[in-house]
Design a protein around this ligand. Structure first.
Ligand code: HEC
Ligand code: HEC
Length: 289
């Protein structure tokens, strides 16, 4: 109901926006995504890049081109038949990349968006649109959209409650996984490094409204995001507590936390906690006062 009202508030036909933006931008977009992925999204941190990642990026971009073209034809057909009235229908362009109903289709790189805290998703859409986070496809799609529309899209994807796939079998050694587990759950007092769980919640499923969960994300995506923050390529609203955290981590720490997190199953009750159980160890823009 709320979604339909949200749709009425925004008479702009999203299908037409995607028609012009996706199709015109498809080559540019795919090129941009390819470049971003080939760079490992870690900016200067090329250490995370390897040949197999480049090959995966090539295969991914090829399937992406197909997916976007398919989505384009589907949405165009829908427009010819009848104007799309449902927000979910109009967001078909998003799910071409992010997977049906916002579940990721690419186990390696694309983040799932279904079920994440609404405030967190909204902040990411603002971050891409306003240049704090960089991805050519995302920025291109979001540039013409209002804050209110971004908020409605965030609410839509946040409300989806879909099962998570089983975690990948870890490739890292027991030592690396142990180090990752310690940093995530306990931090490192000697280095004054708070535990990830202090902000992301003890079950690591996030805290409403704006802190995301850390489970159910592929290791490559986690490494790329932490690397991007460390290199100043991804930013959140100031004060950017995640930027401070990522800069305090070494590349080996990042590998360890990403390997351990990606190997954990998502618990059956995976909704974000309603509130943090204690004050956050750092101030986070858009989250804590
Ligand atoms: C061409 C493929 C593509 C399309 C189409 C696309 N996305 Fe994305 N999206 C991505 C990629 C790649 C990332 C990760 C970028 C990065 O590394 O920061 C991303 C990231 C995101 C994130 C951040 C997720 C997180 O956990 O931080 C959100 C939210 C999102 N997209 C929502 C959307 C919405 C809503 C749409 C439709 C308007 C959309 N996307 C369309 C490729 C796409
Ligand atoms: C002081 C609080 C705080 C601590 C400690 C913290 N985080 Fe975060 N984290 C956040 C906030 C807030 C966001 C959302 C940032 C935004 O809006 O872009 C976030 C976002 C993230 C994301 C992005 C998720 C996605 O889907 O793209 C990752 C990955 C992440 N944190 C990993 C970690 C790891 C690993 C640790 C421990 C080493 C950690 N965080 C410690 C507050 C924290």
């Amino acid at each position: 109901m709320m979604l339909l009202q949200g749709g009425r508030k925004h008479p702009v036909n999203m299908t037409m926006i995607f028609y012009s933006h996706i199709f015109r931008g498809v080559l540019k977009t795919v090129g941009g995504v390819a470049a971003a992925i080939a760079r490992g999204k870690a900016g200067t941190a090329t250490r995370w890049r390897d040949r197999s990642q480049d090959n995966r990026a090539m295969r991914f971009c090829f399937s992406l081109a197909l997916a976007l073209t398919a989505s384009f034809f589907m949405t165009t057909t829908a427009t010819n038949a009848a104007p799309a009235t449902d927000l979910g229908e109009r967001l078909a362009a998003c799910t071409a990349c992010h997977g049906t109903e916002g579940r990721t289709i690419n186990a390696e790189y694309l983040p799932r968006i279904a079920g994440k805290p609404s405030g967190y998703l909204y902040h990411q859409l603002l971050n891409f649109r306003d240049g704090r986070r960089h991805n050519a496809a995302m920025t291109h799609l979001l540039q013409p959209l209002s804050d209110a529309y971004l908020r409605d899209m965030a609410a839509y994807f946040s409300a989806l409650d879909l099962p998570y796939p089983a975690p990948a079998v870890p490739k890292a050694s027991a030592d690396v996984l142990g180090r990752g587990e310690a940093l995530v759950l306990r931090g490192d007092a000697a280095r004054k490094l708070p535990a990830c769980a202090q902000c992301h919640g003890t079950p690591l499923t996030g805290v409403a409204p704006a802190i995301p969960g850390l489970l159910g994300l592929p290791a490559a995506y986690l490494r790329a995001q932490l690397g991007a923050w460390r290199a100043g390529q991804r930013r959140a609203q100031a004060p950017d507590c995640m930027g401070e955290m990522a800069q305090a981590l070494t590349p080996a720490d990042i590998d360890a936390v990403a390997a351990w997190l990606a190997a954990q199953p998502v618990p059956p009750h995976n909704r974000p906690l309603a509130a943090p159980s204690a004050p956050l160890p750092l101030r986070c823009g858009g989250v804590s006062p």
